[in-house]
Design a protein around this ligand. Structure first.
Ligand SMILES: [Zn+2]
Length: 502
């Protein structure tokens, strides 16, 4: 064999190895995937889930393999996973306040749950414990401690029951909202393991980015909107099996319906899909237009959205809007003609793709970090799209008059008025909305006044760039302010985050 032939052979072998690696991460099916996303996807936990969906019984039969990598500098002798569906099992413990239950369960209470049948670690069956406020935390004891850098392969078999509930998780007349549905690893951070329950206020979720491969078997007439991109579809009699892949996302959600129609548009190489229910085309097209415009604006203002698609989904959902990676669900009633809130809510949830999906944070202990910034980003959209006057009008009516002024006269004293506090200190949605969304957004407006327009965007770009695919804290936001402006912002944030007055 001559040297040239040997070189050619080596190149062929390298190309095959690269091909196998790319296939492993599903890249081949996604030409044009962001190179940064591919880089971010290395060394992450990996979830492979196969779910058989029975809409008649509202049940999912699942197998799941998690390759859990210890990316920390301590040994683990056990691992923890959230079992969010169990929060819906017992009527007394469901994650809704008393005055919301009628809206959440229009047909009366209906239980939802997850039943774990078997767990194996590295091929051997293991004992596991289930505990927490509503049996929503799974603890797996490892026979051999998992050292830093090591990977444990965890196989699970489980069944999920969706409740007849039109909150985030459950189903209504038209859609099955399959969100926070599978065992997802709890986050280990500087505070230790985060094993919070599914609180009734805020978005009580905190997770690390991971790679997902999810196979869903559904009756043929169902359409699925999902976090991942469908890369394969095969027919099996009256069923079809869809395979989705998603890299470096912090959760995987999907919504199924027999009544979806879809419109799509490409913006900056990203495909935006709007799934709407038959008869809601006007709203579906408006949601598409707003989400596409928002992506273009936020790409330019904050930094590029790294994923290939975003699905905006009209759903049986009574809480306005909710964000998941590459997927947002919107209350179906907002799609009716003349509804002013469809644009605001769609843009707000789209902004969460930057603040929550790409730059994550502990949404329990520092809920304001993504929520307040997302709320203010919505105002920035109005400014870029319709001009300063319109943005001022929206800011004044929604944030100043609608929330901050209201808060001034809202006679709840003490900690409830402080932006920087964990969600479980809030005992109702109204106070949470006024403080975290309203007062929180005004903090970012103040920051913009103080830093100046250009530096403000510089701060957001720096914060985005430095914390992509990670979980940030307030300290990282303050650091971005300091790096961009060259001065200390400790007092600015301390004063606003801890202030009780309004
Ligand atoms: Zn939000």
């Amino acid at each position: 064999m001559d040297v040239k032939a040997l070189k050619r052979l080596i190149l062929v072998i390298l190309a095959c190895m690269l091909g196998a690696g790319l296939l492993y991460y599903g890249i081949i099916a996604r030409p044009g995937a962001d190179p940064e996303l591919l880089k971010a996807s290395t060394g992450l936990n990996r979830y492979r889930i196969a779910a058989v969906f029975d809409p008649e019984k509202a049940k999912l039969s699942c197998t799941q393999t998690v390759e859990y990598r210890n990316n920390h500098d301590v040994e683990f002798d056990r691992l923890y996973f959230h079992l969010y569906p169990n929060a819906f099992r017992d009527e007394k413990r469901v994650p809704f306040f008393a005055d919301e239950k009628q809206k959440a369960y229009p047909n009366g209470f209906s239980p939802g749950w997850i039943d774990i049948q078997q767990i194996m670690v590295n091929g051997s069956p293991v004992e596991f414990g289930i505990g927490g406020y509503s049996d929503d935390i799974l603890s797996i004891v490892l026979e051999t401690p998992l050292k830093p850098g090591q990977v444990a392969k965890i196989d699970m078999v489980y069944t999920v029951k969706l409740p007849n509930c039109v909150g985030r998780f459950g189903y209504g007349r038209h859609t099955f909202n399959v969100t926070n549905w599978y065992p997802i690893a709890c986050v280990y951070d500087h505070t230790g393991w985060n094993i919070d329950p599914y609180y009734p206020v805020g978005d009580p979720f905190y997770s690390d980015v991971a790679n997902y491969q999810v196979e869903i078997r559904v009756p043929y007439d169902y359409t699925i909107a999902a976090t991942g991109k469908a890369i394969k579809e095969k027919a099996e009699g009256d069923y079809k099996v869809l395979e989705f892949r998603a890299l470096a996302v912090r959760d995987f959600a999907w919504i199924a319906s027999r009544d979806f129609e879809v419109v799509s548009r490409s913006v900056d190489g990203i495909t935006v899909y709007s799934y709407f229910l038959r008869g809601s085309r006007g709203g579906g097209e408006k949601a598409l237009d707003c989400a596409a415009a928002a992506i273009e604006i936020f790409n330019r203002r904050f930094g590029k959205y790294p994923y290939s698609h975003l699905a905006v989904v009209q759903a049986d959902f009574f809480i306005g809007g909710m964000e998941y990676p590459c997927l947002v669900m919107i209350d179906k009633s907002l799609y009716s003609e003349g509804q002013q809130w469809l644009e605001y809510v769609t843009v707000h949830e789209t902004a969460h793709q930057w603040w929550y999906a790409v730059v994550g944070n502990d949404q329990i202990d520092e809920a304001w970090l993504d929520e307040a910034l997302t709320e203010y980003s919505t105002i920035l959209y109005y400014e870029d799209r319709y001009g300063e006057d319109v943005a001022k009008q929206v800011y004044n009516s929604v944030i100043v008059d609608g929330k901050c002024s209201y808060l001034q006269n809202y006679h709840v004293q003490g900690l409830k008025h402080m932006i920087a506090q964990p969600i479980y200190r809030f005992t109702d949605w109204l106070t949470y909305d006024l403080v975290v969304y309203g007062k929180g957004a005004s903090l970012f407006n103040d920051l913009r006044q103080a830093a100046g327009h250009q530096k403000f965007y510089g701060i957001l770009q720096r914060y985005y760039e430095d914390n992509k695919f990670k979980n940030a804290t307030a300290a990282q936001l303050i650091r971005a302010c300091e790096e961009v402006t060259g001065k200390s912002w400790d007092d600015f944030f301390k004063k606003r985050l801890k202030s009780l007055n309004w």
